[in-house]
Design a protein around this ligand. Structure first.
Ligand code: SRM
Ligand code: SF4
Length: 573
């Protein structure tokens, strides 16, 4: 292996995290020992950094912080565990495993994430090993669900939308497997070195990542037009399937997207990926690998805020990247092929697929699966999983598809859907059906404001305005995050709220309906009353003045509320 990956082109001293990775002996650190330490429910910071690569974050319940502090108790330490499956497709048995772990070893809920993964919250240190073992026994994994590596590879979840879907999904899995870390540390620490999913005995080296892995997280997603649920332009590396007459011809390649930024730091910004060319299906793994190695070698290892691939590209230029990529590939990209996206949201309820099977998309508000007094969602899905012979598909919009239901089984599944009142979102406004909120409080250590727990009540109030304006069935994409890291991809929403402080949000308008344009700051640091005051006249005007088929995000630009943002470089202008 070349030593090139060890050399950062940035001569500044490497960040602490780089040193931790270097010392870690391929992600081992002292995790095995600190997990055994019964004196505290926490682990030291160095190990916490490494823990992310193993798919988990140490957190504390922020609702309890002050009270515990007053009582001189250590924070209520707990772990979030992220379970990934490329393209978000799992079997009913795997669903039941996640459900069981959630009930027995976590906080009794399942979180479906914006990258088609599961998150379990509230796992205590002593239970971490059992949780990860159970996950692996079910042939799922937490390895590389977080950390400075390639993350869960996203893929269009809707088989009914395209006959090429299955083929595209197979490529997503190949890319994902190819970029998995090879370290045995995971198996040693969690699985007592049992070979569960894969065996790469004796290889104590990371042929793609090297010993210090990537400068930062790396994200890949594959879209099948006209659907762009994966928000392909938000990915570090996006692939757009080009298909004709039910045949997959290949992929357009988009590079350098990303959502994260920091308030008050204009050097950080969300960015949309740029489409640089076309490749055949067989070339996808090579392109993914070479792109990752370019970021490995050229990404900024000194300043983590500046370490994402989007900055590597914006600093050096897209032409530089294409040259470097083609040099590493040894061949040239073909010219970009035409494509068209018309939405990035989910289609709910029953649809019949091209394979004569049925798929039912359940609306899961902000991805949280739990039982509530009047809505036993978690139980309903469990009962369905017990009889379902198809699969479950986690969507990039935090919803769930009960996929590949045979005609014979459809009635039985439908009866369970009815019995448990599972929701296809039709009772809600189209705005809510197109909404997403990140986790935020109480588990996310970075949250500045509520998100998942607040958006539903804000939507109740916005829905009243929509009703007045006759816009209840108007599809508008709305997203909220508790901080500017952008976990619900807010910078691509037509309306977005990004948390600034408790109860205060920045309001953004003008994202593209199909996830193809960034939005722009409209109002800063406003609370609920001002949000509603600002939105009411704009929505009313939209109702009256919109042109045929004009989406809200396009309207607010035409009407002059915000300027169009063509590139992240103009986001703060
Ligand atoms: Fe995220 C960090 C939750 C998708 C950008 N994200 C976090 C952490 C782990 C907080 C932390 O570092 O302490 C959050 C855990 C909260 C909790 O209590 O569970 C968290 N991110 C999530 C999830 C669960 C949001 C959700 O509600 O679904 C998503 C899990 C995805 C998955 O299954 O892998 C999630 N995060 C995203 C996305 C969207 C995407 O990937 O499509 C983004 C924006 C895209 C991007 O990366 O540019 C995103 N998360 C971030 C960032 C900002 C990265 C940056 O460029 O600066 C952070 C902070 C960091 O990495 O330092 C972050
Ligand atoms: Fe936490 Fe911020 Fe991500 Fe929301 S956007 S989950 S608050 S890091």
């Amino acid at each position: 292996m070349s030593e090139n990956h060890l050399l950062s082109p940035n001569s500044a001293p490497h960040s602490d995290v780089e040193e931790i990775k270097k010392r870690s002996n391929y992600l081992r650190g002292s995790l095995a020992e600190t997990l055994e330490d019964r004196i505290t429910g926490s682990i030291p910071e160095d190990d916490n950094r490494l823990m992310k690569f193993h798919g988990s974050y140490m957190q504390d319940d922020r609702d309890l912080r002050n009270e515990r502090n007053k009582q001189k108790l250590e924070p209520a330490y707990q772990f979030m565990v992220r379970v990934r499956a490329a393209g978000g497709i799992v079997t009913p048995e795997q669903w039941l495993t996640i459900d069981r772990i959630a009930q027995q070893l976590a906080n009794g809920t399942i979180r479906l994430t914006t990258r088609q993964s599961f998150q379990l919250h509230g796992v205590i240190k002593w239970n971490m090993k059992s949780v990860i073992q159970e996950v692996n026994e079910a042939l799922l994994s937490t390895l590389a669900a977080c950390g400075d590596v390639n993350r869960n590879v996203m893929c269009n979840p809707n088989p009914y939308q395209s006959e090429v879907h299955e083929e595209v999904y197979e490529w997503a899995k190949k890319v994902s497997n190819h970029l998995d870390p090879r370290t045995r540390a995971y198996h040693e620490i969690w699985l007592d070195e049992e070979k569960v999913v894969d065996s790469r005995d004796g290889i104590e080296e990371e042929p793609i990542y090297g010993p210090v892995y990537l400068p930062r997280k790396f994200k890949i997603g594959i879209a099948v037009p006209p659907a762009n649920e994966v928000d392909v332009f938000s990915q570090d590396l996006g692939f757009i399937a080009i298909h004709e007459g039910g045949r997959l011809l290949g992929f357009n390649v988009a590079v350098g997207g990303g959502m994260g930024m920091s308030h008050g730091d204009p050097k950080t910004y969300p960015q949309v990926g740029r489409v640089i060319g076309f490749i055949t299906p067989e070339q996808i793994v090579d392109v993914a690998e070479k792109t990752v190695t370019i970021q490995r070698d050229y990404g900024d290892r000194a300043v983590r805020k500046h370490a994402r691939f989007k900055y590597t590209i914006d600093d050096r230029g897209i032409e530089w990247f294409i040259d470097e990529l083609e040099q590493r590939l040894g061949w040239k990209l073909q010219e970009t092929r035409p494509y068209h996206f018309d939405h990035n949201g989910d289609r709910y309820g029953w649809v019949k697929g091209s394979n004569d099977q049925w798929h039912y998309t359940v609306f899961i508000q902000n991805g949280r699966v739990k039982d509530e007094d009047n809505y036993p969602l978690m139980t309903g899905l469990r009962e369905i999983a017990k009889v379902h012979t198809g699969d479950f598909r986690l969507t990039p919009n935090q919803n769930l598809i009960i996929g590949n239901v045979t005609s014979e089984k459809k009635q039985e599944i439908e009866q369970l859907i009815q019995a448990y009142g599972l929701n296809d979102g039709t009772a809600y406004s189209a705005l809510r059906r197109n909404s997403m909120a990140c986790v935020a409080l109480p588990t996310c250590g970075l949250a500045m404001a509520e998100s998942e727990r607040y958006l539903p009540t804000l939507l109740d109030k916005i829905e009243l305005i929509l009703d007045e304006a006759g816009l209840r069935e108007e599809e508008i994409v709305i997203r909220m995050t508790g901080c500017p890291n952008g976990c619900a991809r807010p910078a691509l929403a037509e309306i977005a709220f990004i948390g600034k402080a408790v109860g205060k949000y920045n309001m953004y308008l003008g994202g593209g309906f199909a996830g193809n344009r960034l939005n722009k700051l409209y109002r800063e640091n406003i609370g609920e009353a001002e949000i509603l005051e600002e939105l009411r006249p704009i929505l009313n005007r939209y109702a009256k003045e919109r042109q045929e088929g004009e989406h809200f995000g396009d309207f607010v630009i035409r009407a002059g509320y915000v300027k169009e943002v063509r590139s992240g470089l103009d986001f703060h202008e």
